[in-house]
Write a protein that binds this ligand. Structure first.
Ligand SMILES: [Fe+2]
Ligand SMILES: [Fe+2]
Length: 339
């Protein structure tokens, strides 16, 4: 119990009578709100997630080893998860977001399935990767982004003539489980037969574009007029039909920091998972400094003050990130403030 000496906050001292009373409530599956009110209604968000950096140098050997220990077929998805120390129970990388790194060899594939969780993949390396989304076959190269929105059938693989491929998966699995709204289905066929997908009268709640190629996205980022003192130059991946986010629960963006650029600090509700797409630099999160370089992944918990900097005096730094802002905004929970 946390007591607070503030009018309007719970501040009840324990007595033998009260302790006996609390014990009697427990037996009836009841409880006294004033014993937990200050904890369950904090003044501001108190995430269990902690700011975490997973340097690629530390992830990579484990990911490569997985490819020698377990088959893609048996694992269904051969992924090394990035688990936030404060959110193990939820298999979350931060807040309501899950992330993992998947590895596949030429000729391997995952069987077709769909789930309530929305998903995206950001390709880290390799040639010959493809994803089939609702029948549409998409070829993927390094730093391409592909969406497998909630409810879409999808399977992945690597062409026989390709190389070992690695990518980051991002999903809102913890959100689905927090809402008790998760479903999972396997496709009647092991893999989908590719077929053209009609976009006529598109009324789905997600982008009709499933593949966002790196060349185009990076060029849009460099041309972007959107500059924020907190994020640098920004290019958001958008649903071209609405101008809104790519999926109803997950948004994604690229941000570019010019040589030696340092952003101002801010904070917001919602969590963000970053992957360094180019360059090297640092992020200060809740007073802790994290130095990053290409392919490193790091997690920003909700409401943690953060700023970013490019460590190079000659090269741009680019961060790819995905977030749960669309879910926060849909529920009218998004808040932001300068540090
Ligand atoms: Fe999936
Ligand atoms: Fe931010």
């Amino acid at each position: 119990m946390k007591r607070e000496k503030v009018i309007g906050r719970a501040n009840v001292e324990d007595t033998p009578e009260l302790e006996a009373y609390y014990a009697s409530l427990e037996g009836e599956a009841l409880g006294a709100l004033w014993n937990v009110a200050n904890d369950i209604e904090p003044w501001f968000p108190q995430p269990k997630s902690v700011p975490t950096l997973w340097p690629w140098k530390r992830i990579e050997p484990h990911v490569r080893k997985a490819a020698t220990l377990v088959s893609a077929e048996k694992a269904a998805r051969r992924v090394v998860m990035l688990v936030n120390p404060g959110r193990r129970e939820w298999s979350a990388a931060a807040g309501l977001l899950y992330t993992g790194v998947q590895i596949m060899n030429p000729g391997e594939f995952t069987s077709a399935h769909r789930h309530q969780a929305s998903a995206l993949r950001f390709i880290m390396e390799g040639r010959g990767a493809y994803t089939v989304v609702d029948g549409e076959r998409l070829e993927l190269g390094a730093r391409d982004l592909v969406l497998t929105p909630n409810g879409t059938w999808h399977d992945h693989g690597i062409d026989r003539g390709g190389t070992q491929c690695i990518w980051q998966d991002g999903l809102d699995i913890p959100l689905m489980n927090s809402l008790d709204a998760n479903f999972y289905e396997v496709h009647p066929d092991v893999v989908q037969t590719p077929a053209p997908l009609s976009r006529e009268n598109w009324s789905k709640p997600y982008s009709p574009v499933f593949r966002y190629g790196w060349e185009e996205s990076y060029s849009n980022l460099r041309k972007s007029a959107e500059h924020s003192p907190f994020d640098g130059t920004v290019h958001e991946y958008k649903n071209p039909l609405t101008g809104g986010p790519i999926m109803p629960t997950i948004g994604a963006q690229l941000q570019l920091l010019k040589p030696k650029e340092e952003t101002r600090a801010h904070r917001h509700t919602g969590s963000v998972i970053y992957q360094v797409a180019k360059g090297r630099g640092w992020s200060a999160i809740a007073g802790e400094r994290f130095d990053w370089e290409e392919k490193d992944i790091f997690a920003l918990p909700s409401w943690a003050l953060h700023s970013h900097g490019n460590a190079s005096s000659t090269e741009d730094a680019v961060l790819f990130s995905f977030n749960d802002f669309p879910a926060m905004r849909a529920l009218a929970l998004y808040r932001e403030e300068a540090g």
